[in-house]
Design a protein around this ligand. Structure first.
Ligand SMILES: [Zn+2]
Length: 372
C-alpha cells in the first residue's frame, strides 16, 4: 500500500503523506520498540526503494521472507510482482483494492468538505463560487487570486501544478479548452498524447513530439474535433489548479449545468435559472419550468453528477436524506448505458435519472419546440 501510494502520480502530496504515515505506523507495530523508534519517515521511504530486508522485522523460523524483494523497477515503476505478492502471500488481495477504495473515500470526504464550505456562503457568494469553479479552476496564482478575490482565502482547494507529474511536459502544462483544468500527458513511443480526461470523448485530444523546442512549450497538434488551439502555461509553483476531487465533483457538474442552461435558453414557455435556493442554494442546481397555456406546468429540479462510477454515486445518493422535492439526477451523455442501473438503485427516493441529451429533448418536447 505504501509502494502504491509512493508510485501513484494522481495522489496529492498531502494525501500521500497521510497514507504513508498510516503504513509506517503498521510497520513500526511489528518491530520491537527499540527498532521501531529507528524507522522514521525518511528511512521508511528509502527502504521502500531498495530490497525489503532492512524494513522487515527480525526473522523468525516460520513464514516466507521477502528480504530480496524490490517493490520498484529501475524506472521507479511499481513492479507487477508486488500485486502477485499480495495475492499469493501475507496480504489478502483486497488489500490492494482497499488502497483504491480508500482513495475513493478520501475523494468523497473532499467532495463533502467542498460542499460544506460552499453551503456556509451567503447565496450570492455561493453562486459566485460555483461560477468560479468553472471559469477559474487553474492558472497563475496572481490571476486566480484576483478572480477569486474575497473567496480566495476561504477556498483552500488549490495545489501547485508543479506537484503533478501527470500533466507536465518539459516544464509546461496545457489547460483543457472546455474545463480549463490541466490535461493529461501520456507518452506513447516517440510521441506524446495530451487529452482532457473528462472531455477526450468530446474530441479534446492532441498529439505532439517532444524535444527540439528549446525552452518554449512543445506545440500541440489537434487530433480531435474539439481540439482548438490552447496556450501552454509554465508548470511552476506559481501555477495552481483545483484539487482533482473539486474539479471532478465541483467543476464538471457545474459545466454540465451551464451547458444545460444554454441549451434550454430561449425556448418558448420555458424558464430556466441556476442555483435557485435562497436558504440552501445547493439543494439542487438548476430549475426548469415549462408553462404552456392550457396544459399542466412541468418542473425539473436538476442535480448534475459527473461521477466516474455510478455504483459509487448510487451509494452516496442512498445515504442522503430523501429530498423535499422530486429531483432529476442528470448524468453525462456517455453514461447513458448506466441510467437504468442508477434508476433502479434509487427507487423510492424521489429521484429520477436522465442524461443531458435526454433532458434537453424532454424539455423541448414539453414546450413544443420539437426535436433539434
Ligand atoms: Zn476538460
Amino acid at each position: 500500500m505504501a509502494a502504491a501510494a509512493e508510485s501513484d502520480p494522481l495522489l496529492p502530496p498531502a494525501r500521500r503523506a497521510s497514507m504513508l504515515m498510516d503504513c509506517l505506523a503498521v510497520l513500526r507495530a511489528v518491530h520491537p520498540p527499540h527498532r521501531a523508534a529507528a524507522i522514521d519517515m525518511g528511512a521508511f521511504r528509502r527502504g521502500l526503494r531498495g530490497p525489503l530486508g532492512p524494513l522487515l522485522p527480525p526473522a523468525d523460523a516460520s513464514g516466507d521472507r521477502f528480504d530480496a524483494l524490490c517493490l520498484f523497477d529501475e524506472q521507479g515503476v511499481l513492479r507487477d510482482a508486488v500485486e502477485d505478492l499480495c495475492r499469493e502471500h501475507l496480504v489478502p488481495h483486497p488489500a490492494l483494492e482497499g488502497h483504491w477504495s480508500w482513495g475513493r473515500v478520501r475523494a468523497e470526504q473532499e467532495e463533502r468538505r467542498l460542499y460544506e464550505i460552499l453551503r456556509r456562503l451567503p447565496p450570492e457568494e455561493y453562486r459566485r463560487a460555483r461560477a468560479l469553479l468553472c471559469e477559474h479552476p487553474a492558472g497563475a496564482v496572481r490571476e486566480l487570486r484576483r478572480a477569486w478575490d474575497g473567496l480566495w482565502m476561504r477556498f483552500d482547494f488549490f495545489e501547485a501544478v508543479s506537484d503533478w507529474p501527470w500533466c507536465r511536459l518539459e516544464g509546461w502544462w496545457y489547460p483543457c479548452p472546455v474545463c480549463r483544468w490541466p490535461m493529461r500527458v501520456a507518452a506513447r513511443g516517440s510521441t506524446v498524447d495530451v487529452r482532457c480526461e473528462a472531455h477526450a470523448a468530446r474530441g479534446v485530444h492532441y498529439r505532439c513530439t517532444p524535444g527540439g523546442h528549446g525552452d518554449g512549450p512543445v506545440p500541440l497538434v489537434g487530433t480531435g474535433r474539439a481540439a482548438v488551439a490552447v496556450q501552454a502555461m509554465p508548470a511552476t509553483t506559481e501555477h495552481l489548479a483545483l484539487t482533482r476531487p473539486v474539479w471532478r465533483y465541483g467543476t464538471l457538474p457545474t459545466l454540465m449545468e451551464l451547458a444545460l442552461r444554454d441549451a434550454l435558453a430561449g425556448l418558448p414557455h420555458t424558464r430556466v435559472w441556476m442555483w435557485p435556493g435562497t436558504v440552501r442554494p445547493d439543494e439542487y442546481d438548476l430549475h426548469v419550468e415549462v408553462t404552456v397555456p392550457g396544459r399542466r406546468k412541468r418542473v425539473w429540479r436538476v442535480d448534475a453528477k459527473a461521477w466516474e462510477s455510478t455504483t459509487a454515486l448510487a451509494d452516496m445518493l442512498e445515504q442522503r436524506d430523501i429530498p423535499r422535492w422530486a429531483l432529476t439526477i442528470v448524468l453525462p451523455d456517455h453514461q447513458e448505458g448506466e441510467r437504468h442501473f442508477l434508476t433502479a438503485r434509487l427507487r423510492g427516493r424521489r429521484m429520477t435519472v436522465t442524461t443531458v441529451g435526454r433532458l434537453v429533448a424532454a424539455v423541448r418536447a414539453a414546450c413544443g419546440a420539437g426535436a433539434r
